[in-house]
Design a protein around this ligand. Structure first.
Ligand code: NZQ
Ligand code: ZN
Length: 383
């Protein structure tokens, strides 16, 4: 196992009715800005629960943070904060609202020029407003991590800072009942691929991380299809929600090699072609598994045996069966697994590789060997 430092101070309020905990979780004297997206929280009752919990707080609101949150929108919130003097941010929504709020928290306290450089040039984040969140879409893990992804036109870029890790996250599975089947499927797949990107590399004898990861994968394989088939089942929603949080809160990724190539290539697919985040991952991941089968050989065999029970046959046929089982699970969830499924042809591949070069994504994968040229070969396997 590799050396690591792990700190995860986000307080989790999990379960039905936990939105009420906002009344105590947010400092009494804070001036709170509630940030949300396009309005789903107004129709599913979440906004009303938040308003009730904040009835003794001084608060305002900012709406309109879009999926794949846009820099220009977020900077409008920064201006509002600076004009009206908010000192605590509450994100209410999916990963985009949480990510957008994290960027706003950093940008509102950024003193060294254009806040875009936090994303484009890794400008250090030295201060940020405190924030908490009410999560309504289990997927990204953003509610319990220090990462944020922000878009500006075709540029989709990430930053990380412990200063934007939410102080708390309210996870009430009831809030997820209003998700469309597409959003449910996207969330399950995003979480699944987060786990694979921290697991499917090479063994470092990290038994706890491996078995936690395998348990989460098996939970999503079991519960994901149920979330589509029996959408009112709150137990299913709870298990999906907690899996998605655990998938990317740093625990299973501590002390192990990681491979975020699927995400980085996927971000280019979203930036240039507007494909939902999770649906880029379901297209790219099987192709990465195929192309990198030698590098990932041992973990592919372990994943196949422990998660899918694939133990018969020679090693290469077990790896083939494992990749096929992964694709079959993705198909069960109704997400695409080929570029052609989203009406993209080989012309898209050049656009993606140019995007990777422009964003400095030139040495991806656990060994840093996925250059833009290799990414093109991978994408050819995803046609
Ligand atoms: O805007 P509203 O009206 O709220 O509608 C949203 C949005 O249209 C809707 N929605 C959310 N909760 C709902 C709901 N609709 C009905 N009922 C509910 N309970 O769902 C739509 C999509 O929301 P969005 O927040 O965009 O989805 P998601 O949570 O998948 O977030 C995706 C973003 O997170 C980034 C992605 O790149 C993408 O920009 N990621 C962030 C990560 C992180 N911070 O660690 C890691 C991830 O890999 C990912 O990259
Ligand atoms: Zn993701």
């Amino acid at each position: 196992m590799n050396k690591f430092t792990y700190s995860n101070p986000t307080t989790i309020y999990f379960g039905e009715g936990q939105i009420a905990a906002l009344a105590e979780a947010i400092p009494q004297h804070a001036k709170v800005l509630v940030l949300y997206g396009g309005g789903s929280i107004k129709t599913n009752g979440v906004y009303d629960q938040v308003a009730k919990a904040l009835s003794n707080h001084n608060w305002g609101e900012f709406s309109g943070i879009e999926p794949n949150p846009q820099y220009d929108t977020l900077m409008q919130a920064v201006a509002k904060i600076q004009n009206e003097g908010y000192d605590f941010l509450l994100a209410v929504g999916g990963g985009s609202v949480v990510d957008g709020t994290k960027f706003i928290a950093a940008a509102a306290r950024f003193e060294k020029g254009d806040p875009w450089t936090i994303l484009s040039a890794h400008a250090p984040v030295n201060q940020a407003l405190p924030l908490g969140c009410v999560l309504t879409l289990p997927a990204t893990g953003s509610e319990n991590n220090a990462g944020s992804v922000v878009s500006r036109g075709q540029d989709k870029l990430a930053f990380m800072s412990p200063l934007v890790r939410p102080a708390f996250a309210v996870l009430d599975p009831q809030t997820t009942l209003s998700l469309s089947p597409t959003q449910v499927a996207n969330g399950v797949i995003d979480a699944y691929v987060h786990i694979l990107e921290q697991y499917l590399t090479y063994p470092v004898n990290a038994k706890v991380q491996d078995r936690f990861a395998e348990g989460l994968l098996m939970t999503l394989i079991e519960e994901g299809p149920k979330a589509l088939a029996t959408p009112d089942d709150l137990d299913v929603r709870a298990n999906v929600m907690w899996s998605a949080t655990q998938a990317l809160n740093g625990l299973i990724g501590s002390g192990v090699p990681q491979d975020w190539a699927t995400h980085m290539i996927g971000h280019e697919l979203t930036g240039h072609f507007g494909i939902d985040h999770a649906r880029t991952l379901s297209i790219v991941m099987p192709a990465i598994m195929k192309h990198c089968r030698a590098d990932k050989h041992d973990k592919l065999l372990q994943y196949g045996a422990r998660v899918f029970g694939i133990t018969e046959g020679d090693e290469q046929s077990r790896i083939d069966a494992t990749i096929a089982a992964t694709e079959a699970f993705f198909k069960t969830m109704g997400v695409p697994t080929r570029l052609s499924d989203v009406n993209l042809d080989t012309n898209a591949i050049d656009v993606i590789t140019e995007g990777l070069k422009a964003h400095g994504m030139t040495h991806l994968g656990e060994h840093g060997t996925i250059t833009p040229e290799v990414a093109a070969q991978i994408l050819h396997l995803a046609r």
